[in-house]
Design a protein around this ligand. Structure first.
Ligand code: KE4
Length: 427
């Protein structure tokens, strides 16, 4: 593959952008080589500026559940933009978005829009602290909830990829109230509550962690978190920025039958435009300004473009039985990848929950960060580069998730599996 124009652009980008990127994981530093620059994307395919074509499993990190440039989403943005792009005063689309989220996610009685997943989780935690009057928060090793100071503690995603799970620049005072537990370890959570009686405002959890690769909650884990928070007067916060509307119409809370107190969203509800949201029980949400004492705000929160794109994205989910389709494609990919690894004689753990997945190069189960850290990341890097050369764009880090969309076809999946058969024999 020729990458001449991408290389030229990257050299220029390096002069103006730290690492040449606007978000670290895009720099391909975990997998080697330099990033390609996108010219256009449509459906499940992306074309770079040198004309190379890829089947895309990054899906802009989750939002593109209907593929790229879906006509309905493009049309919604075009039709809305001509009436103005932002007003800084209520617009009808904000109400429609709130109604749709509430209809799809019954635990959300009220919702507040913002502009990123980071804002959503940061605000949800402030709200939990304000509502309970408590300071401490429990998070799990390897879970990533965005880059707010108090959450950059054993964080996943790019923070883990680049070895800064506890970022520089965050004073100890900002993280002293962040308590850590291994994912899927309910005893560790109970011990934290026993050691901090009456002090824990809540637990924030990715119900299906997608920022250390992908691993699933073990049976009883999420139920246990619900029980221990209720017992101790703490709130359960589901960070569904990635899982929301992806692993089920009502997100992971529908898939696993858990009712959290607060939920955070992003990605899919913006249809590819900047968005975040957090919502939950009205008695908690009403603690937010202008009603209550917990302040939270945003110039572009609920802006009409992101709302229009997000509403189109949610309408498409409601109109079609996307989840049956996504499960079919997921099963085809999973079985094909397992067969490819077996015939290559390479130990691969392929974890999948619905339309989010990850391949770890290990023969052991991966149920938490410690397990994920045992996988062969050098082999993953060779796998990533090999697949890219075969025209398959996977997440450029072992500690990320891959995403399927309704735009992928059986033929795309089969081509991906054939590419894996070729690559796995060489790495
Ligand atoms: P943003 O601030 O990036 O919109 O959302 C933060 C966030 C919060 N919670 C979860 C579960 C998330 O996955 C994310 C962001 N996900 C990463 C992908 N692992 C975004 C990609 C990136 O950082 O470039």
């Amino acid at each position: 593959m020729d990458h001449q124009l991408s290389e030229e652009l990257f050299r220029k980008a390096l002069q103006y952008l730290p690492g040449g990127v606007n978000s670290p994981v895009r720099a391909f530093r975990a997998v080697g080589g330099n990033p390609f620059f996108v010219n256009k994307a449509r459906g499940c395919r992306i074309w770079d500026v040198d004309g190379n074509e890829y089947v895309d499993y990054v899906g802009t990190w989750g939002p593109a559940i209907h593929g790229h440039a879906h006509p309905r989403i493009v049309q919604a943005v075009q039709e809305t933009a001509v009436y103005g792009t932002s007003f800084g005063i209520p617009n009808p689309l904000e109400v429609k978005m709130a109604e749709m989220i509430r209809r799809l996610v019954p635990s959300v009685e009220k919702v507040r829009m913002c502009n990123s997943g980071t804002e959503a989780t940061m605000s949800a935690i402030r709200l939990a602290r304000g509502f309970t009057g408590r300071e401490k928060i429990i998070k799990f090793e390897g879970c990533y909830h965005g880059h707010a100071d108090s959450l950059l503690v054993k964080a996943g995603s790019g923070a883990l990829t680049f070895g800064y799970p506890d970022s520089a620049g965050v004073p100890a005072a900002f993280t002293q109230h962040t308590l850590l537990a291994p994912y899927n370890d309910l005893d560790a959570v109970k011990a934290l509550f026993a050691a901090n009686p009456g002090a824990i405002a809540g637990i924030i959890v990715e119900p299906v962690p997608g920022n250390s690769g992908v691993f699933a909650p073990l049976p009883g884990f999420l139920e246990g978190l619900r029980e221990v928070t209720e017992k101790n007067g703490a709130l359960l916060i589901f960070d569904e920025v990635m899982t929301g509307f992806r692993v089920a119409k009502g997100g992971a809370q529908e898939r696993f039958g858990i009712k959290p107190d607060l939920s955070c969203f992003g990605k899919i509800i913006g249809g590819g435009l900047p968005v975040g949201a957090f919502g939950g029980r009205a008695e908690i949400m009403d603690y937010l300004a202008p009603l209550g004492p917990v302040y939270q705000a945003g110039t572009l929160s609920g802006n009409p473009l992101a709302m229009a794109a997000g509403i189109a994205s949610l309408e498409l989910l409601l109109e079609n039985d996307c989840y049956t389709r996504l499960e079919q494609l997921g099963q085809q990919l999973e079985s094909g990848m397992r067969d490819a690894a077996k015939s290559a004689g390479i130990p691969v753990r392929f974890n999948r929950v619905g339309a989010m997945f990850c391949a770890y190069f290990t023969d052991q189960p991966v149920c938490n960060l410690a397990d994920a850290m045992k996988s062969d990341r050098e082999r993953f890097a060779r796998y990533f580069r090999g697949m890219l050369e075969q025209g398959v764009f996977l997440a450029p880090s072992q500690f990320e998730a891959g995403f399927l969309s309704t735009a992928h076809t059986e033929a795309d999946i089969e081509a991906t599996i054939q590419a894996a058969r070729t690559v796995l024999k060489k790495i």
